[in-house]
Design a protein around this ligand. Structure first.
Ligand SMILES: [Zn+2]
Length: 300
């Protein structure tokens, strides 16, 4: 999450926990199979590994984190497309950063569409911070969702993107969006971004869009949350993370964040002991369910 002016205006508070009725529904076989793969200890191990040192944009430690993520993704059986880019005005070491992109194509024998779903999280941190909440939490959740979905039959293309250098002016996501073709942009129906999703000391899980309005991504997130937990999530306004360049390209994008932010934000105190396993686990479930809501076949 960027510093700048945080959450500049809280324009709309839409459907904030308006539903008190339990509207959880029975999971489909596919949903049960995918959700049962969640291994919270593995997520915890990922966060431990990532928080061994700060992962500052453009430094060797950031590329070490990328190498770790790449190895994990390859172990799960994915091909990883690593895109390197140069940082403007960076005062840090090597001035290069990288995005890791995994593409899960739709399963061919299903009635597939041309639609693309993007899920993303930034893996860099600010200087002097282990960045457990910001954003080893979102990174580890994304990695786990990738693992859980690996062999799932899905009807749309899913792109899983680990952004470098979010803390250097959203450099990774800006770079990625700048290289998307018009066709790719038109085909992308939703972008889900994860940033600061595990702090025990932060406020409730919140969905932020740039204009504060609901869109395909927030509507899907709410369906998933209602199905799992019987309530909806608040939608508020912020441009302070990697969903912003996607919004500017006209894509329905959202960032999930626990808000108000924790006191340890952007400090040396952003450590793994301040995360809530339950919060991390819940966001893995919500994102997995959201992706299945958009991409699983309804035929079962
Ligand atoms: Zn941040």
């Amino acid at each position: 999450m960027l510093r700048k002016v945080l959450f500049f205006s809280l324009i709309f508070i839409l459907s904030a926990c308006s539903s008190t009725d339990e509207v959880k529904r029975t999971l489909t076989d596919t949903e049960s199979a995918v959700l049962s793969r969640l291994d919270i200890d593995q997520v915890h191990e990922t966060i431990l590994e990532l928080t061994k040192e700060p992962r500052v944009a453009g430094t060797e430690s950031e590329s070490n984190a990328a190498a770790f993520l790449r190895t994990q993704l390859e172990q799960y059986g994915y091909e990883v497309d690593e895109k390197t880019f140069t940082l403007d005005g960076s005062t840090e070491a090597k001035n290069k950063s990288q995005n890791l992109i995994v593409t899960k194509k739709p399963t061919s024998d299903l009635p597939s569409t041309d639609d693309i779903i993007i899920i993303g999280a930034h893996y860099d941190s600010v200087v002097h911070s282990p960045g457990a909440s910001d954003n080893a939490s979102g990174t580890a959740v994304l990695l786990e969702v990738a693992r859980m979905l690996k062999d799932t039959i899905t009807s749309k293309e899913i792109r899983i993107i680990f952004f470098g250098s979010e803390e250097a002016g959203l450099a990774g996501s800006e770079n990625y969006v700048s290289e998307m073709s018009t066709d790719d942009i038109e085909r992308t129906i939703a972008m889900f971004n994860l940033d600061m999703v595990g702090s025990a000391d932060a406020g409730p899980l919140t969905m932020f869009t740039v204009d504060g309005l609901p869109n395909t991504a927030t509507n899907t997130g709410n369906i998933a949350n209602e199905n799992l937990f019987g309530k909806s999530l608040p939608v508020k306004s912020s441009d302070q993370s990697d969903h912003y360049p996607f919004y500017n390209a006209g894509i329905d994008a959202v960032v999930f964040t626990h808000y108000p932010l924790e006191k340890a934000y952007h400090s040396a105190n952003d450590t793994i002991d301040k995360l809530s396993k339950e919060r991390v686990e819940n966001i893995v479930l919500i994102i997995s369910m959201s992706i299945l809501e958009l991409t699983a076949t309804k035929s079962e």
